[in-house]
Design a protein around this ligand. Structure first.
Ligand code: CDP
Ligand code: MG
Length: 140
């Protein structure tokens, strides 16, 4: 398996409930390394750009409002097969459908307020990392 990097966001519903450490523990227990991390408030423009693939979807406005409603923790994760592995650690988008012991099953409030984001492919991972991190903020 190849060593990959993926982009993660601990979303506002999770930071509000003081779950950054609990989620980071699940990430690290899965064998992923947190090689970049910062707590930020993202702007409306950043959120709209980040989720632009969903701009025509009925949930887009609500999603953007949610992502700017409080602090988030943006992260770069590294490890074997990191992109698919982190999707497994997060679980399905809808917590009701997520597997046991996944971030979303354990912590998410709803399909919208679902605690975590993870990139879905190598090209989106590279693009998402570049949106939020300068090269010298990632230390592998
Ligand atoms: O985050 P993931 O890749 O699993 O799901 P997505 O289909 O790319 O959707 C992005 C985000 O939009 C989700 O994580 C949810 O926060 C939100 N969403 C929503 O509010 N309602 C839906 N029916 C689907 C997604
Ligand atoms: Mg997605």
């Amino acid at each position: 398996m190849a060593i990959e990097r993926t982009f993660s966001i601990i979303k506002p519903d999770a930071t509000a409930r003081n779950l950054t450490g609990a989620i980071n523990a699940m990430i690290e227990q899965a064998g992923l390394r947190i090689i970049g991390q910062k707590r930020v408030r993202i702007t409306r423009q950043q959120a709209e750009t980040f989720y632009s693939v969903h701009r025509e979807r009925p949930f887009f406005k609500e999603l953007v409002e949610f992502m700017i409603s409080g602090p988030v923790v943006v992260q770069v994760l590294e490890g074997d097969n990191a992109i698919a592995k982190y999707r497994d650690v997060m679980g399905a988008t809808d917590p009701a459908k997520a597997a046991a012991n996944t971030i979303r099953k354990v912590h998410a409030k709803s399909i919208g307020e679902n605690s975590a984001h993870g990139s879905d492919a190598p090209d989106t991972a590279a693009k998402e990392i570049a949106q939020f991190f300068a090269g010298n903020e990632i230390v592998g």
